[in-house]
Design a protein around this ligand. Structure first.
Ligand SMILES: *Cc1c(COP(=O)(O)O)cnc(C)c1O
Length: 386
């Protein structure tokens, strides 16, 4: 063995020793509460398919129609010849639906953040980022070469002080709307007021709000009635929308600038038009999805009313993300393994995804879960904590 490969095996053994080795499982069924894994049925509380759309027959049919009309590949970057009619139509629909002048489609949310943040801020500028922001915003801030100011989670006075102290040319605040590992909401009206006061831009990552919050699921901006020429929203289409991809919405001028400058937009092949075609139907289902959102709200209320941990802590979240903090990595993974033996799949989340000492089960609920399924999860967890 070379020193190089020995280096990796030592590092991998170190991951094992800290209960930090990640493993994948092969799922043999479509995304739904009931999955087949290694031939075994499992009840899952893992996915971000919050409205149960990922395997909706109407969306599968729309994707087939999209494949018939447009084939599979887009063939090029949107700025060459990959920007096809369904992409253009979806961008208009997303702008209208979220209440912004214009939207720009990306292949994933990760790429949307990685392209947008450096387009808005560079050397000599400053970024202000919540400590619990998603990894894609953190990576994007690093890539931008702007000065990075990380403020304590949702701490408005720390954010205000950092903005006031900064003499950067351009200032950009970035925050998750719903925090992906905690499920809580950022105080967006107050953050936008600070942005306006300090002439800063605000980019809100609405990965877990789009489709769920606001009237007809129009997202966090509609939920809080936010409006400002300096506001941009990044929404993902692989979670509540049940498909894949993402968009950034904002003023005409800001979106035109991002289109000119975002390297992950310019130098990457456009997502298949069949996906954009199917997503047009997904947006209709989101818009008409009050029943789905009501089901989800009922399951959230049920879990919170019945799961009463003693040593563990259910974080105070009102969203589909219901984290049960256990603390140590090894105990968290042991509880996840015991659930798995009992036919329940709930992912254990460890550092660096969450701060050290706060390893947790990330329970995600969706509109397709039944009352009996949530009751089974609560009973099993209650039995395991004893
Ligand atoms: C999932 C997620 C992303 C990335 O979106 P993808 O489309 O999965 O790449 C970005 N931000 C947050 C907060 C997320 O939860």
């Amino acid at each position: 063995m070379t020193d190089f490969s020995a280096g990796f095996s030592n590092e991998l053994a170190a991951l094992d020793a800290q209960a930090l080795r990640r493993r994948r499982r092969v799922v043999d069924s479509p995304c739904a509460p009931e999955l087949v894994v290694d031939g075994r049925p499992l009840l899952a509380f893992c996915s971000n398919d919050y409205l149960g759309l990922a395997n909706d027959p109407a969306l599968a049919a729309a994707a087939q129609e999209g494949a018939r009309l447009h084939g599979l590949g887009s063939g090029a970057s949107p700025l060459v010849c990959g920007h096809q009619a369904p992409h253009a139509q979806l961008e208009r629909r997303l702008a209208e639906f979220t209440g912004f002048e214009r939207a720009l489609l990306f292949s994933t949310g990760y790429l949307a953040n990685l392209g947008t943040v450096p387009a808005l801020a560079g050397r000599g500028d400053a970024i202000f980022s919540d400590r619990l922001n998603h990894a894609s915003l953190i990576d994007a801030a690093r890539l931008s070469r702007a000065e990075l100011n990380v403020y304590p989670h949702c701490d408005l006075s720390a954010l205000a002080a950092a903005l006031a102290a900064s003499r950067a040319k351009r200032k950009l605040i970035v925050t998750d709307a719903v925090f992906s590992m905690d499920g809580d909401l950022a105080p967006l009206p107050e953050i936008l007021a600070l942005a306006d006061q300090h002439k800063a831009w605000l980019l809100v990552d609405d990965a877990h709000g789009f489709g769920l919050l606001g009237p007809q699921g129009r997202g966090s901006a509609a939920h809080f009635s936010l409006a400002s020429p300096r506001l941009l929203i990044m929404g993902t289409l692989g979670k509540a929308a049940g498909g894949a991809g993402a968009f950034v919405a904002g003023s005409d001028e800001a979106i035109e600038w991002i289109l000119q400058k975002a390297r992950t937009y310019i130098f990457s092949t456009a997502e298949p038009a069949l996906i954009a075609h199917a997503l047009l139907t997904a947006i209709d289902l989101i818009e008409q999805g009050d029943m789905r959102r009501a089901n989800l709200a009922a399951r959230i209320a049920q879990l919170r009313a019945t799961l009463k941990p003693k040593r563990w802590t259910l974080l105070p979240s009102q969203t589909a993300i219901q984290p049960l903090v256990i603390g140590e990595n090894a105990e968290t993974m042991a509880v996840a393994a015991q659930l798995f033996e009992r036919g329940l799949w709930v992912p254990g989340i460890r550092p660096p995804t969450v701060p050290a000492g706060s390893a947790r089960l990330r329970i995600t609920l969706c509109a397709a879960h039944t009352e009996a399924q949530v009751a089974r999860l609560v009973e099993t967890l209650t039995g395991l904590e004893r």
